[in-house]
Ligand binder design. Structure first.
Ligand SMILES: [Zn+2]
Length: 244
């Protein structure tokens, strides 16, 4: 939904015909598709370009906020505020340069459209985060070395596909689980998915003691916090059992 709002062409009638109060994401998606199918003959090129330019600016503010995540580590609500502040800063300029566009003059744009697009996209992000769950574990046959067995699952939200991937292996005889890799694109950092993934591992394989492979400096705080509420060490001890 976030991708659709920020990257795909907006229907002409957006946002008037889109209910601003929640109708459920499915309803909203269906409505956008209907409008996209029905609108083209009534659209006009200039308005379409201006809509696209406004969308490019909202997207630019979003991408700037994502780029700051490596140093800022903002949770969802803080992220939304920072995104809003960046959008306000861009709209306060006379003109803005955005990749893929000639210089955009702000006075020519409909800033109300920009703010309602921000509101919808920001809500879509929050809903995606709230709906995210772990998919079933799938066996990865390529990497197995008896008696260890490798699996992977995704953190995914209905309608948005995979947001990130978790790879792990278990050794039943030793009662050991090893988190090998957990990867989310930067736009989904600090959304609680790391915690969700580790909880999921413990729930799926409750008899195991869990470890992880190398921890990057930025993730150390995360493991420290998580470990305090877990029965497993979640350390990066390299050989928790002889089979890994
Ligand atoms: Zn073992």
């Amino acid at each position: 939904m976030l991708v659709r709002l920020l990257w795909r062409p907006l229907p002409e009638s957006w946002p008037e015909a889109v209910p601003q109060r929640p109708v459920g994401l499915r309803g909203l998606l269906a409505r956008l598709r209907e409008m996209a199918a029905a609108a083209p003959q009534r659209d006009d090129v200039e308005r379409r370009v201006r809509r696209g330019a406004m969308q490019a600016i909202v997207r630019e503010a979003f991408q700037q906020t994502v780029a700051a995540q490596d140093s800022e580590h903002r949770g969802p609500a803080e992220f939304a505020d920072a995104w809003k502040a960046r959008l306000a800063a861009l709209l306060a300029k006379e003109s803005v340069e955005v990749t893929g566009w000639a210089e955009i003059t702000i006075a020519e744009l409909d800033t109300d459209l920009g703010w309602s697009l921000y509101a919808a996209a920001s809500r879509a992000r929050a809903e995606t985060i709230a709906r995210a769950t772990a998919t079933p574990s799938r066996r990865r046959r390529d990497t197995d070395d008896e008696p260890t067995v490798s699996y992977e699952f995704s953190i995914a939200a209905d309608g948005d596909g995979s947001l990130g991937r978790v790879q792990y292996a278990i050794c039943e005889p030793c009662g050991v689980g090893l988190l090998k890799k957990i990867s989310f694109s930067t736009e989904w950092h600090c959304c609680g998915f790391g915690t969700l993934a580790l909880r999921e591992l413990e729930t799926r394989h409750p008899a195991l003691t869990w470890y992880t492979t190398g921890q990057y400096a930025h993730a150390r705080g995360f493991y420290e916090r998580y470990r305090s509420g877990s029965d497993s060490p979640w350390t990066a001890q390299q050989h928790p059992c002889p089979h890994f």
